[in-house]
Design a binder for this molecule. Structure first.
Ligand code: NAD
Length: 351
């Protein structure tokens, strides 16, 4: 059955992967709602923007009147809510936008979704889902052992993760109190094509290509659990369409790596694909002041989504990273425009 999706934040890194998948691999209709902040980029939607099943609306999720009109006109079956301020370092420098979009914006969107859902006819009412996309960072930091599960207590440490934790709680409460049919997902660190170059992996690829220093925070031993973005998009569509309402699902790739291992792996792929006459790319690694309050380790137990919904990632870290490096090598105009405009690679979030 063909469904109608609103995807908020659809011009961002993960949202655009979801939209490219929805248009490219399904028969569903999609309306992207995106404010186009510094992180939103219509070039990431260019591969699908010619489709008659695609529509773009530049709007703020916090603009209730605009969302109300859009819900009434577009009549979504499923709302996938990805719009957010997403960069921890920026949340340290200026938390206000994070509170405004991630918390107040999500509240406002929930109110409009609830109004829309209450006015639906019975069949459409049964179909409707509000899917909130969140992060494993809401659970805080792990020691050397253990994994985040769906029932792990929340203990967010950064302004970013605290704002996402707050929005998770709002979504859960709108289900519990008003019975809004919601599903929730918390995912580990994503990487892949179209990733904004302020984040670790694209920043390292681009700096290495330009012969610039590769800034590793602290001792480089913080551990993240990496997931290829298309695997995340696949998991999100699975949960949006088949997840049980009121439930949350953790998503992860079982790819724990220290930041230093990630940077060295990028250097090794570049040494092979784009050797630098000056020497191996690892020579560019530079240790810089750590991020304040830097969480030591994140690791996801993704057992529930595997057992209950049959999802498993397709890429290993090695195959996904190679694809990613190849994409950045093949698409210098996508990141070149960003590097010459809104973000030039400067250090953020030193507080
Ligand atoms: P991103 O920063 O690349 O994209 C966010 C998008 O939201 C941008 O297109 C931006 O223009 C839009 N946006 C921001 N404020 C808005 C507003 N007020 N109204 C409408 N649009 C607005 O982020 P991403 O990495 O694609 O992350 C998407 C979602 O997934 C976020 O909710 C994030 O918390 C979550 N998440 C990200 C990761 C990760 O590793 N990147 C991991 C787990 C969860």
């Amino acid at each position: 059955m063909s469904l109608r999706f609103i995807v908020t934040g659809g011009a961002g890194f993960i949202g655009s992967a979801v939209v490219r998948k929805l248009i490219g691999e399904t028969q569903h209709d999609v309306c992207v709602v995106d404010k186009l902040t510094y992180a939103g980029n219509l070039a990431s939607l260019a591969p699908v923007s010619g489709s008659s099943r695609y529509r773009f609306e530049q709007a703020d999720i916090g603009d209730g009147e605009c969302m109300r009109t859009l819900f009434a006109e577009f009549k979504p079956d499923i709302v996938m809510h990805l719009a957010a301020e997403s960069h921890v370092d920026r949340s340290i420098d200026g938390p206000r936008d994070f509170i405004q979009t991630n918390i107040v914006g999500t509240f406002s969107l929930l109110q409009e979704a609830l109004r829309h859902w209450r006015n639906l006819e019975s069949e459409a009412r049964k179909r409707f889902r509000f899917h909130h996309i969140s992060t494993d960072e809401v659970f805080g930091s792990l020691g050397e052992k253990g994994f985040f599960r769906e029932d792990t207590a929340y203990q967010p440490n950064s302004p970013y993760s605290a704002s996402k934790a707050a929005s998770d709680h709002l979504v859960r409460a709108w289900h519990h109190t008003y019975h809004l049919p919601v599903v929730m997902t918390n995912c580990s660190n994503n990487y892949g094509p179209y990733h904004f170059p302020e984040k670790l992996i694209p920043l390292m690829i681009i700096n290495a290509l330009e012969g610039k220093p590769l800034p590793v925070y602290g001792n480089g031993l913080n551990v993240r659990d990496w997931l290829y973005v298309d695997d995340h998009a696949d998991a999100l569509l699975t949960v949006a369409t088949a997840g049980k309402t009121g439930e949350s699902y953790n998503i992860g790739g079982h790819n724990e790596k220290t930041n230093l291992e990630v940077v060295k792996a990028i250097c090794a792929i570049l040494d092979e694909l784009r050797p630098d006459p000056e020497g191996p790319h690892e020579r560019l690694i530079t240790y810089v002041t750590d991020r304040p309050g830097h969480d030591a380790r994140y690791a996801i137990d993704a057992g529930k989504i595997g057992r209950e919904l049959g999802w498993a990632p397709k890429e290993t870290f090695e195959t996904g990273l190679r694809r990613t490096v190849e994409w950045y090598l093949a698409n210098p105009s996508w990141w070149g425009d960003i590097r010459s405009g809104v973000y030039r690679g400067e250090r953020l979030g030193v507080a």
